[in-house]
Design a protein. Structure first.
Length: 638
């Protein structure tokens, strides 16, 4: 048995089906893996329904537990029953890509790693990308701090390693229990590998009306519980690492994920009178368990949040979160066209603060000589250490804007290669007489449907602009704000394969690109002055040339042209789409025997084109005009 998949289940209702079906669809042979579903005392019949579903499956089984209030006991039970060489923990609403187990096992076998981190896609939720951003076969948390972004149990573990280290999950409603388990594993692992080149794990969108995974985060005193649990994470670091830069780097990542990133949501859910208690508890953890030197490894926005939290002043924390609220960007799509076989998008944006009911305003930065910093409200900047934490001299120049294409079904993301340019837009002087400026970024990115490593998956790719500045990352869909000439340059195109590519606007006016190796349905968008089509008939055959406007045509594309008319058999003939010397101009050429086109008075033959006889309608007619014996191509009235 190569892999055991452990799935804790609790009150998941019908939403376990994607998980179950994805496990049944694995390319790893069924005799090589098993799945243990462990029901944590579900009160909605989830365990019973799952037992019925897997009753006839030899490699799937369900174990029942009384309710414990958290996934830890269920994971431990699954681990105890596991027979596989490796164990993968999967949440009950998530799913795996079909080749996930095969890819993870192959990586573990090839590298000898104790832990393999799967590339993960989030659906309706964000997932950190740092851990799998680059290839990694023989890494470790102490030498590759980016692995701290993968503090989650949703990884492949060598079972003998877990047994040797006696690694177990905390049981009951324990906040951050999974993170603590993962941190212990990373600290004691001999080697960690990453599957970076394909999405293996899909994190499901949270289901409205259902509780999140039972980890205690929704408990009435969640702020206290989370602070205590975060303190436990730092106990692990104190036990494993000596004071110094490595410990500070790892502590900074844990501090940010466990407390700083969670602070706004917990403050939002905390009633006014209880805010002082919440801030006091979290401030105590920050000051007692996280060395101030670790703050140097935080990005600027998180560093400021830490400095304010360390003051222990609830009014200051509330003021900072208000100043942070609504920081986003508003990308404008300035261009979208084909260049050299790649779909190129040009984007410009500004970092702004947009609060509902108010017009967007730029996020201001201060230039004080050679020093740059966030222009905070005076009351916050006057607090000890806050102005220093807002320094951004080294970080602002590293801000980046890039386009991201996300596969709508698979969740796979492609960060598009390209280049960007930063500009400081002068805004005048602040109350202290210092020059202030806003940040503008322009970027050009390229989407290559046929990159060197192989074709991208067919389907719909949604385009977004990702702005990352000083640790603050915002992703916004592209297209609803665009330049006046963008539409005029949009083209359908062929790329090698041949693969047909159709950029278009969704109903919400966002940019999506459809990649299809099988159908040419939107080819009619490329019709260029159809009334100028050239048709010649010599009594034996009809030869047709229809001008097309395409963004790319690397080589002639053979097609099948279908002609249909009422009360007549369909006619099919071979054709080709090729390109003369003029840029963007192509021609659909085909010849059909007259004998296949009975020429009744004013006969009209509907034109379709495709890879085979399953043709896409061009919304054109090939019409015979009986009075003068003339054939012509005409648009079909809408």
């Amino acid at each position: 048995m190569r892999v055991t998949v452990v799935v804790p289940v609790h009150d998941v209702g019908p939403h376990f089906r994607p998980c179950l079906e994805s496990l049944r669809a694995q390319t790893l042979p069924r005799e090589d893996f098993e799945v243990v579903f462990v029901d944590d005392g579900s009160g909605d019949g989830s365990g019973r329904r799952m037992t019925e579903e897997v009753a006839l499956s030899r490699n799937l089984r369900v174990v029942q537990l009384p309710h414990t209030g958290g996934p830890g006991a269920a994971r431990n039970t699954g681990l105890d029953q596991a027979r596989g060489e490796f164990v993968l923990f999967v949440d009950d609403r998530d799913r795996l890509a079909p080749e996930a187990l095969e890819a993870l096992y192959a990586k573990a076998s090839a590298t000898g790693a104790d832990i393999v981190v799967p590339r993960t896609a989030g659906h309706g939720r964000t997932v950190p990308q740092d851990a799998w951003a680059v290839p990694l076969d023989h890494g470790h948390l102490l030498t590759h701090p980016q692995l701290a972004a993968a503090l989650t149990p949703r990884m492949l573990f060598r079972r003998s390693f877990l047994q040797e280290q006696q690694l177990r999950f905390a049981e009951g409603p324990v906040p951050l229990g999974g993170e603590a388990f993962a941190l212990r594993a990373h600290l004691t692992a001999r080697s960690v590998a990453v599957v970076h080149d394909r999405v293996c794990y899909h994190r499901a969108q949270p289901v409205r009306g259902l509780p999140a995974a039972a980890d205690g985060s929704g408990a009435p005193d969640a702020g206290h519980a989370r602070a205590l649990s975060a303190s436990g994470l730092f106990d692990l670091l104190d036990w494993a690492l000596e004071a110094g830069p490595v410990k500070d780097q790892v502590a900074a990542v844990c501090y940010r994920s466990a407390l700083l990133d969670a602070l706004p949501e917990h403050v939002k859910r905390t009633p006014g009178p209880a805010l002082a208690d919440l801030v006091g508890r979290w401030s105590e953890v920050a000051n007692r368990r996280v060395a101030p030197s670790a703050d140097a490894y935080l990005p600027m926005f998180a560093r400021v949040r830490s400095a304010v939290l360390r003051t222990g002043r609830p009014e200051a924390v509330a003021a900072l979160l208000e100043a942070e609220a609504g920081i986003t960007h508003q990308p404008c799509l300035d261009g979208a066209e084909w260049r050299g076989g790649r779909f190129t998008v040009e984007v410009s944006t500004h970092l702004v603060r947009h609060v509902k009911g108010r017009a967007p305003e730029p996020v201001r930065f201060v230039q004080d000589g050679d020093h740059l910093r966030w222009d905070l409200p005076a009351g916050l900047a006057a607090l000890p250490g806050v102005a220093q934490a807002a320094a951004a001299t080294g970080e602002l120049p590293a801000a980046r804007l890039r386009a991201v294409a996300r596969h709508r079904e698979l969740g796979e993301e492609l960060v598009l290669p390209g280049e960007h340019l930063l500009t400081a837009v002068q805004l005048g002087r602040n109350a202290q007489g210092l020059a202030t400026f806003a940040l503008r970024i322009d970027a050009t990115s390229h989407f290559d449907p046929v990159p060197q490593h192989g074709a991208v998956p067919a389907g719909l790719w949604d385009f977004s602009a990702e702005l990352a500045v000083c640790g603050h990352t915002v992703v916004r869909r592209l297209g609803n704000q665009r330049g006046v000439l963008v539409d005029a340059r949009m083209r359908v195109a062929f790329v090698p394969g041949p693969t047909f590519v159709d950029p278009y606007w969704t109903n919400n006016d966002f940019l999506t690109v459809w990649v299809s190796p099988t159908t040419y349905a939107p080819l009619r968008k490329g019709l260029r002055e159809a009334e100028r089509s050239l048709v010649r008939a010599d009594g034996q055959q009809v030869s047709v040339q229809i001008p097309l406007e395409l963004g790319g045509l690397p080589e002639p594309v053979p097609v099948v042209v279908s002609l249909t008319a009422p009360d007549a058999p369909a006619a099919h003939c071979r054709g080709v789409i090729d390109a003369p010397a003029a840029p963007d101009l192509a021609v659909l050429r085909f010849t059909v025997p007259v004998a296949e086109l009975p020429v009744a008075a004013e006969a009209a033959w509907r034109l379709g084109v495709g890879r085979d006889t399953t043709a896409a309608d061009l919304r054109l007619n090939l019409r015979y005009h009986a009075p003068d014996g003339r054939w012509a191509v005409e648009r079909v009235p809408q």
